[in-house]
Design a protein around this ligand. Structure first.
Ligand code: CA
Ligand code: CA
Length: 284
């Protein structure tokens, strides 16, 4: 883009909804336009005048408009409860809102390396303390307007005290796995390594644990000064939350889940234990 062509920014970049362009700066092919205060989540359109030129004098041509939503902060979520072993992959993941904002674009994933996306969260404005229950392989649509939009009375799998979100069709693999939440910019918001002390753990587990340790999401940051592996002291499994005793192939919800037992997130195994679930409400 030719910065010299930006001679009257407020009239060259025009917006719907009363939004005003205040200034613009050029960086290569991009123009960064600063506007008057946007209303969070409002639908806007922007139009670019043909007086805006590229470096060889070519004007912006059709389409010269685009739509976008007014700036909104993204929500920050914490994983609070997991059911990894339900029949028919009807697994559940409960999340609690740490910072209010939109859940648009947040990803619930299994593992860091060769990640599997379990759910892409819908665009919902959530408040601090709100509880979200993600239903993997579920059939009910996500609630987007209220926590009781699809009430338990007509949708028995739902919780009237929580936002029920529809996840993808892939369930959690009940072996040793990392469950994590990524924001719309792909940064990890929360991550928990869960070990199943039964059978041979997947060879990828120590690498996934090491990845979230490196990202500052789990402690201890290493195992006795060395990378955590199946042979380190302590082992990768020993520093991870233990979900071995969650019942297998059970009804949804199962009699026990793996859930936080502390309101404080210390990023350590002791934050978690298997026991009575509290789906849709804050953990005791
Ligand atoms: Ca609900
Ligand atoms: Ca709970």
């Amino acid at each position: 883009m030719d910065a010299a062509s930006l001679t009257a920014v407020p009239t060259q970049f025009t917006f719907s909804g009363g939004l005003q362009a205040q200034s613009a700066t050029v960086s290569g092919k991009d123009v960064l336009v600063t506007t008057s205060e946007q209303t969070a989540g409002t639908d806007y359109t922007v139009s670019v005048a043909n007086s805006v030129k590229d470096t060889v004098g070519g004007a912006v041509v059709s389409p010269n408009t685009a739509s976008f939503k007014g700036f909104r902060a993204g929500a920050v979520l914490r994983i609070t409860e997991v059911q990894p072993s339900a029949a028919s992959s009807l697994d559940l993941v409960e999340l609690q809102v740490v910072t209010a904002g939109t859940t648009a674009g947040l990803l619930l994933q299994q593992d860091v390396n060769s990640a599997v996306t379990l759910a892409t969260l819908p665009d919902v404005a959530v408040a601090v303390g709100d509880i979200i229950v993600v239903h993997l392989n579920g059939t009910a649509d996500s609630e987007t307007t209220a926590k009781d939009q699809f009430p338990t009375s007509t949708t028995p799998a739902n919780y009237d005290t929580a936002w029920d979100f529809k996840g993808g069709t892939t369930g959690i693999t009940f072996s040793s796995r990392v469950i994590l939440v990524r924001d719309a910019q792909n940064a990890i918001q929360d991550a928990v390594p869960f070990a199943r002390n039964s059978g041979t753990p997947p060879a990828a587990f120590p690498g996934n644990l090491q990845a979230i340790q490196a990202a500052g999401q789990w402690l201890p940051a290493d195992c006795g000064g060395e990378p955590c592996t199946t042979g380190s002291t302590p082992t990768a499994a020993a520093v991870s939350a233990d979900w071995t005793n969650v019942p297998t192939n059970n009804a949804t919800p199962a009699s026990d889940s793996v859930r936080r037992v502390s309101a404080t997130d210390t990023n350590m195994a002791a934050d978690w234990a298997v026991g009575a679930p509290s789906w849709g409400v804050a953990n005791p």
